[in-house]
Design a protein around this ligand. Structure first.
Ligand code: ATP
Length: 243
């Protein structure tokens, strides 16, 4: 587990300013949610933290990120993974033509530790998602959406993260499968990984998280405990569909 502190993050894509002065905190061992509508900057925030924004032609132009008090905002994306901050991208992004087993193996590349640690991580992933053991030799592209989300989570766990960055894990999933994924996220957290969870499904996110932030056009519009946000009229109206 680890804590993550984001201070005054500014980021964008060329002339598009996607994040303006965003600050938030993921305390050691917490699940923290980021809510917001389309284009609010949620994915950009995770990419800025994981140092993968450059792969999307974006750049961080200000602010800082500290992991357990240590500055990490100048690390490469690979070093960020080695430091323990691992992102599960929106849309799963599994390697469709590779087998499930090879997808998981790929997740261990660049992670700290050797073969023994990778074997232990794989055993934990198989306990969490038995279907990934059953389908080990199948191509990832043949899995259902929910199973692909499990694989994306499993692949990230192979890097033995201390902080997991989750981008819309419930997107496109039937309610039952979304609930199964939420349960897995809770188990991952209880087993010792801090989680920063980006979700459009505010109800699900507020059930999982202890604190939450609402992002609107690149800025934190609201923040507080998950309970206080779930009770707020504005959040209920805009994000929980309560009229
Ligand atoms: P969504 O839920 O739709 O993914 P989001 O809250 O994750 O939304 P971002 O994807 O971070 O929002 O987008 C924030 C802003 O940056 C939007 O105005 C979006 O159009 C813009 N943007 C995102 N990716 C790019 C890109 N690769 N190039 C240019 N602009 C981008």
């Amino acid at each position: 587990m680890a804590s993550l502190e984001v201070r005054g993050l500014v980021a964008g894509y060329g002339p598009v300013r996607a994040l303006r002065d965003v600050s938030l905190e993921v305390p050691d061992g917490a699940v923290v949610a980021v809510l917001g509508g389309n284009g609010a900057g949620k994915s950009t925030l995770l990419r800025a933290i994981s140092r993968t924004l450059g792969f999307h032609r974006g750049a961080v132009t200000g602010g800082s990120v500290h992991l357990d008090g240590r500055p990490v905002h100048r690390l490469s994306a690979a070093r960020m993974v080695a430091a323990g901050v691992v992102q599960v991208p929106e849309g799963r992004q599994v390697f469709a033509r590779m087998t499930v087993a090879d997808n998981l193996r790929a997740g261990a590349l660049g992670a700290p530790g050797g073969r023994r640690e990778a074997a232990e991580a794989l055993a934990r992933v198989h306990v969490l998602f038995p279907v990934l053991a059953e389908r080990a030799r199948q191509r990832a592209g043949l899995l259902s959406g929910g199973e692909q989300q499990m694989l994306a989570l499993g692949r990230a766990l192979m890097a033995r993260p201390r902080v997991l960055l989750l981008d819309e894990p419930s997107l496109g999933l039937a309610p039952l499968m979304a609930a199964r994924i939420a349960e897995a996220v809770q188990e991952i957290n209880e087993a010792g990984t801090s989680v920063l969870l980006v979700e459009q499904n505010a109800a699900l996110a507020l059930r999982l998280a202890s604190t939450a932030y609402v992002l609107e056009v690149g800025e934190v519009a609201l923040s507080g405990t998950a309970d206080s946000l779930a009770a707020s009229d504005e959040v209920r109206r805009r994000y929980l569909g309560v009229v």
